[in-house]
Ligand binder design. Structure first.
Ligand code: TRP
Length: 444
């Protein structure tokens, strides 16, 4: 089966960074920081990213590039007649789950572009903007409509195989997102009362750290870096034999983390200044941001550009999720790319409807006292991604072994890499132990 089409011309850094940078940085990260005590969460998060980010990402790349296949096919090929493909299947299921709730929020970015163009936030009080945000949820089907538009867009790009074209735009647009975040950051930290927000983010109160904070940080780290479910295995299968895996993993990890922290520097000072609770969840982002634009010269234009960039960032992430499912359908079920994309998109829509509608107050769409939306988020980030990542590092460390690891990481000896022994040690011993401990502590 030929591996061209989607990824052959794709710069791997652009693709992996496109997958990593998205709503996870701008909306999920601030929510998690706010709900887990601020600075303490950030400290744990950074520690986890530093220790586990690069090793886990590398492990996925190595599996993918070695096997040249989707996650299920990769495990089948590298360890025939074993239970390992289960990890691949889990990844495909996880892709559906993440798509279902992620596309809900991605749909909101479209609604907010329309609002921004219509100058809908201008001069409004915080309370009004907050009210309109929750009114919007309560119009359930309007969310679903935007969600479907977004999934359709994703399917279109994946089917057309023009993802590399999108990534090329993203290469230009994402630095622009960083610039807008910087501008917003300057505005946010100069608002009255902003200082408190900064100290909430950067002054860790270590007594707040507990099992639940640590597993939240682990889940957020994996979620934000798109790790633990095979996106990077799939992308790894498109990486050329002479690309440098290690430097790619480092660049992607740094860029993603920088953007998340930057989002925090924008959101928290502004939220404290406007009187939005740090635990306000999605409102933290979707109400605070329009308020900042309201208080800025040129806010009207910045607001439009910001939500357009956010939608593009979300799109490059949903592309990566859908690509995992499509690659699986094409290679394992031998569907044509067209039918694979249609089936994958319809599946995401079917599950996604429940995620969107469950946010309507009194919808009754709950599982175990949690809205369907939150449940999908929780199951993927805090259960499936850590389990996936755990088995991925075990696979590279213990099943593929040191020789294969060295071959992949040095491109068959062409690259000199003095730290390869240390990275292998982390992948084989440290990472599995750390993930297992955090996971067990977080739950029991
Ligand atoms: N990392 C993306 C974000 O932060 C979301 C995402 C894309 C993702 N692909 C993923 C999360 C795979 C987990 C696994 O917005």
């Amino acid at each position: 089966m030929s591996r061209d089409g989607f990824g052959s011309k794709l710069g791997i850094i652009a693709a992996a960074a496109g997958s990593a940078v998205g709503l996870g940085n701008i909306y999920r990260f601030p929510c998690e920081v706010g709900n887990n005590g601020g600075g303490a969460f950030l400290a744990v998060y950074l520690l986890i990213v530093l220790c586990l980010g690069v090793p886990v990402m590398l492990s996925e790349f190595i599996i993918g590039r070695r096997a040249q296949k989707n996650p299920v096919g990769a495990f089948k090929l590298l360890k025939p007649r074993s239970g390992w493909p289960v990890i691949g299947y889990m990844g495909v299921i996880c892709a559906f789950i993440i798509m279902a709730f992620y596309s809900t929020v991605a749909g909101w970015t479209l609604e907010y572009i329309v609002k921004a163009v219509g100058n809908d936030f201008q001069g409004k009080e915080l309370a009004v903007i907050e009210q309109e945000f929750s009114d919007f949820h309560n119009q359930g089907w309007r969310n679903v409509l935007w969600q479907f538009v977004f999934i359709f867009l994703t399917g279109f790009v994946v089917f057309k195989g023009v993802a590399d074209g999108i990534e090329k735009y993203a290469k230009i647009l994402m630095p622009l997102l960083v610039i807008i975040l910087l501008v917003l950051g300057v505005r946010a930290v100069t608002l009255p009362g902003a200082r408190e927000g900064l100290s909430f983010l950067f002054h860790p109160d270590f007594s707040k750290i507990n099992g639940s904070v640590v597993i939240s940080a682990l889940g957020q780290a994996f979620f934000s870096l798109s790790m633990g479910m095979g996106v990077l295995i799939t992308y790894g299968s498109y990486i050329k034999k002479d690309d440098n895996l290690t430097s790619t993993a480092i660049s992607v990890t740094l860029a993603d983390t920088l953007i998340a922290v930057l989002a925090g520097v924008v959101i928290f000072p502004a939220a404290f200044s406007f009187g939005v609770q740090p635990t306000a969840g999605m409102g933290l982002v979707f109400s605070t941001l329009p308020m900042i634009f309201n208080q800025m010269a040129g806010g009207y234009f910045f607001c439009i550009i910001f939500f357009v960039l956010l939608a593009v960032a979300a799109l490059t992430s949903t592309i990566s999720l859908l690509e995992v499912i499509v690659a699986f359908f094409v290679e394992e079920w031998h569907l044509s790319r067209r039918w694979a994309t249609v089936l994958a998109s319809l599946g995401c829509m079917a599950l996604g409807v429940f995620a969107s509608l469950s946010l309507k107050s009194g919808s009754g769409l709950t599982i175990g006292g949690m809205s369907f939306f939150d449940r999908l988020d929780m199951v993927s980030a805090k259960i499936l991604l850590p389990i996936g990542a755990l088995f991925i590092v075990i696979f590279v460390g213990w099943i593929m072994g040191k020789k294969t690891f060295n071959e992949e990481i040095t491109n068959e000896g062409k690259l000199k890499l003095s730290v390869k022994g240390a990275i292998y040690f982390i992948i084989k011993y440290l990472a599995p132990i750390a993930i297992a401990i955090i996971f067990i502590k977080g739950f029991f």
